[in-house]
Ligand binder design. Sequence first.
Ligand SMILES: NC(=O)c1ccc[n+]([C@@H]2O[C@H](COP(=O)([O-])OP(=O)(O)OC[C@H]3O[C@@H](n4cnc5c(N)ncnc54)[C@H](O)[C@@H]3O)[C@@H](O)[C@H]2O)c1
Length: 248
Amino acid sequence: MGRLAGKSAVVTGAGRGFGAEIAELFAREGARVVVSDIDAVSADATARRIVDGGGEAFALRADVTSAADAESLTEVAAERFGGLDVLVNNAGISSAGGVCEVTEEEWDRVMAINLKGVYLCSRYAVVHMARSGGGSIVCIASASGVIGQQGQVAYNVSKHGVIGLVRCMALDHAADGIRVNAVCPGTMRTPMLDALSAEQLAALEAMHPLGRLADPAEVAQAVLHLAADESSFTTGSVFLVDGGFTAM
Ligand SMILES: NC(=O)c1ccc[n+]([C@@H]2O[C@H](COP(=O)([O-])OP(=O)(O)OC[C@H]3O[C@@H](n4cnc5c(N)ncnc54)[C@H](O)[C@@H]3O)[C@@H](O)[C@H]2O)c1
């Protein structure tokens, strides 16, 4: 029996990178998974890999900044799988620049995807989970959400916001049996880093006391723990999986 046997889960931004890693791990652990992404082609590919491997999944295109898409994610998951037990708010984008470099449009785009998207997907999931006796929401924040950093103001602030949202939702919905937690990865080797040069990657590695970047599979284990019943007394927590990055 897998650690998520009998559970249904929605993972946003699961077409590639960390979200795909989480969706595939969840399926191996027995969950039925809705693989959601704004990019339908990559979502289909992740869902196909899961099904080909003997798991249960289907792809659903959804833009987390759209209330209608967020609502249909919960509805379709509950309809197809008979309920929704786990939501992983993973979709996110990176952004560089200090307050004078970031344009207003870029600021709004980062906040819409990284922060409002978490609020929108959670609000519909919470209503459903409360009605059915509870669930687990795991939000992918970042080590950037717990410390200040130079040159990435919009991203950093959006992830601080996600942690605030996690704490507030954990308090507001504890009585509904809904646990809400944040996972804060250090830098992981995902396509999000594709634009970085070898020098930039080496500098990032040096910022992690373990001396390397994370394999997304290592960090996905923390998401699995928080999604599964084994973490039944954990809510409102901020789980750092950052190779010591924020301990410096
Ligand atoms: N890669 C890292 O080093 C790192 C570190 C800390 C936290 N994170 C966080 O992990 C999460 C996943 O990052 P990743 O590295 O896998 O990035 P990625 O760019 O490889 O993948 C992000 C996925 O989100 C999807 N997406 C983008 N906008 C969307 C939207 N509006 N609606 C739905 N889906 C959308 C993309 O299509 C893509 O499939 C993000 O929240 C990111 O901030 C990443």
